[in-house]
Design a protein around this ligand. Structure first.
Ligand SMILES: [Zn+2]
Length: 281
C-alpha cells in the first residue's frame, strides 16, 4: 500500500523545457518506487543540469515569497570541481536569475567564474557547510516569513504534522546570534550546529536546509517553512497533540529521506522550467 506521500503520479511530468535535457519521471512497472535521479554521461553534463536546477530553485524561492532584499542564497556543489560551489549573484532578484548569472566560488572565497560579486554571508556560511558535509550537494537559506518568526523562539519543531515529522530528530538549533554571519567563524558555528542533520534553525535569524540534491535542499526549505507555519497556527489555536516517538520516526523515514526530498521537488521544478525557460539561458 502506498500512502499519500509515496504515491507516484499516474501522468508524470516530462521534465524541462522543450529541447532541453530534463528528468523523465518514469514509473516502474510495479508502480511502488520513487523514480531514480538522472544519470549523466559526463561531469560537464551533470554541471549543466545542476546549474539549471539551481536557477530554477531561485525562481521557485521568488514565487514562494522567500526574496528579502539581498538576503538569501542557495548553493550547489560543482560536479566538476567538488570543492567549489555555484551561488547567486549579489543583488539580482531571485525571479530574474539565469544559469549564466550563477557564480562559481572556491572554498577560499575566490570567484572562479561569473560576472557578479557574491553575498559575503553566502560565502562565509555555505563554504563552511559544503566543507563540513561532503555528502551535501546543496544548501538553502532565506529570510522567510515563518522561518524568521519561528527562529526567534530558539526551539526545535515538535512532531505535530507529517511535514514536521520530516525534520523529527533531524534538525538542530544554533542558540548564538551575533549579527550578520559574514565571517568564516560564524559560518563554522552554523555548520557545527547543523551537524549530520538536514536543517538548522539559527535563533533570531532563520533556517538553513541541506540536501543530497538541489531539489532536496529547496524542498526541505519549503517543507520546513510549512512546518513552522503549522506550529505557529496550532499553538495559536490550542494545544496540538504530538505524534509519539516511534510513529514520528516512521513518518520521517517515509517522508524525510534524501530520495523523497529529490522526488518531492520534481513537479514544481519541471513546471517552473517549462514556464520560465529563460532561466536556462
Ligand atoms: Zn540570513
Amino acid at each position: 500500500m502506498m500512502n499519500e506521500s509515496q504515491a507516484v503520479p499516474q501522468s508524470a511530468p516530462q521534465g524541462a523545457a522543450q529541447g532541453r535535457p530534463g528528468i523523465l519521471l518514469e514509473v516502474r512497472p510495479d508502480g511502488l518506487s520513487f523514480p531514480e535521479p538522472p544519470a549523466f554521461a559526463s561531469k560537464e553534463a551533470e554541471r549543466i543540469h545542476v546549474k539549471e536546477r539551481l536557477a530554477a530553485g531561485y525562481r521557485i524561492f521568488a514565487l514562494q515569497g522567500f526574496d528579502a532584499g539581498i538576503a538569501g542564497h542557495i548553493s550547489a556543489r560543482d560536479p566538476v570541481l567538488p570543492d567549489h560551489f555555484w551561488v547567486n549573484p549579489l543583488a539580482v532578484h531571485f525571479s530574474r536569475i539565469r544559469v549564466s548569472d550563477l557564480v562559481l566560488v572556491d572554498h577560499a572565497g575566490n570567484i572562479v567564474e561569473g560576472r557578479h560579486p557574491v553575498n559575503a554571508a553566502a560565502f562565509a556560511i555555505h563554504s563552511r557547510i559544503h566543507a563540513a558535509r561532503p555528502d551535501v550537494i546543496a544548501a538553502a537559506h532565506s529570510h522567510s516569513r515563518f522561518g524568521t518568526t519561528f527562529a526567534s523562539l530558539g526551539r526545535t519543531i515538535p512532531p505535530i504534522t507529517q511535514e514536521a515529522c520530516a525534520f523529527y530528530k533531524d534538525h538542530s538549533v544554533l542558540q548564538a546570534y551575533g549579527g550578520i554571519a559574514s565571517e568564516l567563524s560564524e559560518g563554522e558555528l552554523i555548520a557545527q550546529a547543523l551537524g549530520p542533520h538536514k536543517a538548522v534553525i539559527c535563533r533570531n535569524h532563520g533556517h538553513f536546509t541541506v540536501g543530497q540534491s538541489v531539489e532536496a535542499a529547496v524542498f526541505w526549505f519549503m517543507r520546513m517553512e510549512r512546518a513552522f507555519e503549522q506550529c505557529l497556527l496550532a499553538w495559536n489555536a490550542g494545544q496540538p497533540i504530538e505524534i509519539d516517538d516511534e510513529t514520528a520516526m516512521l513518518t520521517r523515514k517515509q517522508v524525510g529521506s534524501p530520495r523523497a526530498g529529490w522526488f518531492g521537488m520534481q513537479p514544481l521544478m519541471d513546471k517552473i522550467i517549462a514556464e520560465q525557460p529563460d532561466l536556462c539561458e
